[in-house]
Design a protein. Sequence first.
Length: 128
Amino acid sequence: MKLKTFPLITISFAILAGYAAARTARAPKASHNPQTITIRASRFAFEPSEITVKKGEPVNVVIQSEDVSHGLVVEELGIRTEVKKGQSATVTFTPETSGTFEGKCAHFCGSGHGSMTLTVHVTDSEGQ
Ligand SMILES: [Cu+2]
């Protein structure tokens, strides 16, 4: 009986220790969590319509659809995502170039779709 349960206990401990090690290894990253910016998308605007991020720092952009399906594409920053009707989508990116970039809705959402834009300012973080 004891001989049978011993390996099970050993394995359980090994798994638990593994989990603990994995959590510890991941913990230091927590302080470098990407900045999160939430953008609401509705016909025919992003709110806010301008965001400012720092070069070299990862950013999570959460896009929430307030009505129909929308999308966001910012070619220069490698952002391309779709957000379904009433849902939200997250896109993570790290801007490598400073400047001002124009994003637009990537999913046709009606007559004002073409004017649905988002301006992304990428600032040099070295100066701060
Ligand atoms: Cu749209």
